[in-house]
Design a protein around this ligand. Sequence first.
Ligand SMILES: NC(=O)c1ccc[n+]([C@@H]2O[C@H](COP(=O)([O-])OP(=O)(O)OC[C@H]3O[C@@H](n4cnc5c(N)ncnc54)[C@H](OP(=O)(O)O)[C@@H]3O)[C@@H](O)[C@H]2O)c1
Length: 264
Amino acid sequence: MTSPILVTGGTGTLGRQVVELLQKTGQEVRVLSRSPQPPRAGVEFFIGDLSTGVGIDSAVQGVEIIIHCAGGPSGDGLKAQNLVRAASLDGRPHLVFISVVGAGRIPLRSKADRAMFGYFGSKLAAERVIAQSGLPFTTLRATQFYDLLVLVAKQMVKLPAMPSPTGFRFQPVDSGEVAARLVDLALSEPAGRVPDLGGPRIYPVADLLRDYLSAAHRHRVLVPLRMPGSAARAIRAGANLAPDQAIGRRTWEDFLAERVGHSA
Ligand SMILES: NC(=O)c1ccc[n+]([C@@H]2O[C@H](COP(=O)([O-])OP(=O)(O)OC[C@H]3O[C@@H](n4cnc5c(N)ncnc54)[C@H](OP(=O)(O)O)[C@@H]3O)[C@@H](O)[C@H]2O)c1
């Protein structure tokens, strides 16, 4: 009998899809969450908080593979530290981590940089904790998920006008494709840092916002905004892009038609 696979963040956008794919391959799955979850067939839920370390030890006990999808806008280094500490108490599980393209390429020199783009530093901190953990690991960096862009656009559309950072481009990707890649990596030998996963096309941010508005049948004026600081400069130079790794297949247009067009 194989040991269960632990998915941290298995309640999130990416993690849910990872869990579903693992179940299709017949794997026994554990999910770590900070709050009680409604029962799901074939999934064992553990309550724990990676920021404090509370409840993690029992979730990692006896697992040989951990897919670490839990994350937030900040503090992912600490979350990784607590996970590594608990995982190292009980064997040497393969730790598979999802990071973000741009981690390590976006300088965070000022308070304002850190306030706006600290997420990239937090992912880099987590990458380092995992790489230096002594545990076998695989780290994949992906570009922004389509779901995230829609989430942000839905918030912005509540404003009378939508700010559109000039010179910013994104290469969004389908989170289902990232989930599939993570599952493949988890069921393979540990590989360290693997090639990035980017979406099929690069778009100026204004195009992405206009596409969203059009799919959602909404109208808003876009207000060009020049973002100050070194992090924004790096993003204007493409630090968040992976043009040589435009591997994703599902397009933004297809995603919008299916997810936003229907509900609009
Ligand atoms: N979204 C993107 O565009 C993108 C791009 C590249 C990489 N990533 C990375 O991919 C991962 C998943 O992203 P996502 O969009 O699926 O995120 P999401 O939907 O916001 O889900 C976040 C998950 O993290 C869990 N979590 C957060 N803080 C936790 C804590 N202290 N202890 C335990 N669990 C915690 C949440 O679980 P509970 O709320 O149930 O506790 C939830 O399942 C993140 O690490 C993110 O940085 C995201």
